[in-house]
Design a protein around this ligand. Structure first.
Ligand code: HEC
Length: 464
């Protein structure tokens, strides 16, 4: 913000503080819908007076709402009875609308602000970093990338995962910083940084490149930048890198916009192909549910584990529901039974998808232990089959091949086996490039169940 703007809002904050009603005990506003609140913020003219990063507004007639950091109750009080300079919204808006606005404006202070800074190298080294000093590890690994290149630095990190608990527990954050450092090393050449990297620690390195590539871009340019970022031939020629780049865009957009989920999804919607739109929105939802930066997104609700999937536009529901149990799991303290029991709270048409998401989490937690994954899918009861399908998809995607998924499905209980193989086929269908290769692969990994696999891959008519 410019200096005069800052001074003006400081003055107004003082005025506001004096004029503010003492009442903060009104009914709690935490059941508001921030998605609706964001729309109201623009349509009701709040953006015309207030700077607020989460709404991309920079006006300085009223106080800077980032600086004020009002909680929901304070926003409610202000809307009912403003200090005198701001128009009253006591009758202009319904109680529900005020509550939605309060949920948007009053969300925790850290949500709604960009959390990335450009990387600047210094002379900090790994040997300087003590236990728990994440910032030191982030910077030192960044320095290594900047000086020696990503490859040796990522290899070292991979080795240290087994020996250093700070590195292991904060590795996703550390790799974010490494991606940012790589972009600096390669003079902002995104493709070169991508090619030099690796997906260690849930692809944090790729996310770091992308989020850093947005820095300094005005919000109305994000869509253009997003479209260009991954279109380089060197990235596009490798399906795996193309996916990482576009999926990373979704994460990067969220981080860069301060967890603006509606805005990020809108940018994803502007991408070229269906594959791009879907990979990007998946990244945005994932970042919303499990933030790389420990930020609690305002597009989450403690009392509604299904939110925001039950509120987003129809075209975004699939990719929201496919990840929804990551959110439920966290809210339920990583208790799988409780997580499975929460899926029926989804909208009826999406209950099965929720259990498929559950399968993905079961697979992630079981790792290579197929017996454990089979056992945990039983927690889904009537939806065991959806869970197994989710496990199969997760295994095949993370292997980028069908062998292990095929072995897993062969062990699934008989009534669910066919559907499990459909899961295998659905992912193989996006890996193999010709239908001959796909048929061949399905026969190879699923033997007698090849039809299930082919049906999943879209090569056989669906069962009715
Ligand atoms: C015409 C300009 C204008 C508009 C429109 C406006 N405000 Fe304000 N707002 C102000 C001014 C000036 C103040 C400080 C003095 C006051 O309270 O009247 C203020 C104060 C606030 C505060 C209190 C800040 C603090 O210090 O606690 C909040 C919260 C707030 N506004 C939110 C909103 C929301 C939400 C909307 C839209 C529904 C909105 N404002 C619309 C000008 C405006």
């Amino acid at each position: 913000m410019k200096l005069h703007g800052l001074l003006a809002s400081l003055t107004l904050v003082v005025v506001a503080a004096v004029g503010l009603p003492a009442c903060t005990s009104g009914e709690p506003a935490d059941d508001g819908d921030p998605v609706a609140g964001k729309r109201l913020f623009t349509s009701e003219g709040c953006a015309g007076c207030h700077a607020f990063t989460a709404a991309s507004s920079t006006s300085d007639v009223g106080p800077d709402l980032d600086a004020v950091g009002a909680d929901p109750n304070r926003v409610m009080a202000q809307l009912r009875k403003p200090g005198g300079l701001m128009p009253s919204y006591a009758t202009k808006l319904s109680e529900k609308q005020r509550t939605d606005l309060a949920a948007f404006v009053g969300a925790s202070a850290e949500s709604g602000k960009p959390v990335v800074a450009p990387f600047s190298p210094d002379d900090k080294r790994l040997a300087d970093c003590g236990d728990g000093d994440t910032e030191c590890f982030e910077q030192s690994f960044g320095n290594l990338v900047f000086n020696d290149g990503p490859k040796p630095a990522l290899d070292l990190l991979q080795r240290m995962l087994a020996t250093n608990t700070t590195v292991a527990s904060d590795c996703h954050r550390i790799t974010h910083r490494m991606g940012s450092a790589a972009l600096k090393r390669f003079d902002d050449d995104v493709a070169q940084a991508f090619i030099a990297g690796s997906p260690v620690c849930w692809s944090g390195y790729y996310h770091g490149i992308v989020e850093r590539a947005f820095l300094g871009q005005p919000d109305d340019k994000l869509a253009v930048v997003a479209r260009q970022l991954c279109s380089d031939q060197r990235i596009n020629s490798q399906r795996f890198l193309a996916y990482q780049c576009i999926h990373g865009l979704g994460h990067g957009l969220m981080i860069y916009t301060g967890y603006d989920l509606p805005g990020s999804l809108k940018t994803c919607d502007g991408l070229r192909s269906g594959f791009d739109r879907v990979s990007c929105s998946g990244g945005a939802f994932m970042e919303n549910f499990t933030s790389s930066y420990g930020v609690t997104s305002k597009y989450l609700r403690k009392d509604d584990p299904i939110y925001p999937c039950n509120r987003v536009a129809q075209r975004h529901k699939l990719y929201c529901y496919l990840l929804v149990t990551s959110n439920i799991l966290r809210l339920e303290g990583y208790d799988l039974q409780k997580t499975a029991d929460a899926c029926p709270r989804s909208e009826p048409a999406w209950v099965s998808t929720c259990y498929e998401s559950f399968g993905r989490d079961v697979s992630g937690m079981a790792g290579n232990d197929a017996t454990k994954a089979l056992e945990n899918c039983r927690l889904a009861k009537r939806h065991e089959s959806d869970c197994l399908y989710g496990v199969a998809r997760d295994v095949v995607s993370s292997d980028a091949g069908g062998a292990r998924g095929g072995r897993f499905c062969a062990r699934a209980p008989k009534p669910h086996r066919e559907h499990c193989f459909e899961g295998v086929g659905s992912v193989l269908g996006s890996i193999e490039t010709t239908s001959e290769a796909l048929r061949e692969r399905c026969r190879e990994v699923s033997g007698r169940h090849a039809r299930g696999c082919l049906r999943g891959a879209g090569l056989e008519p669906a069962q009715t």
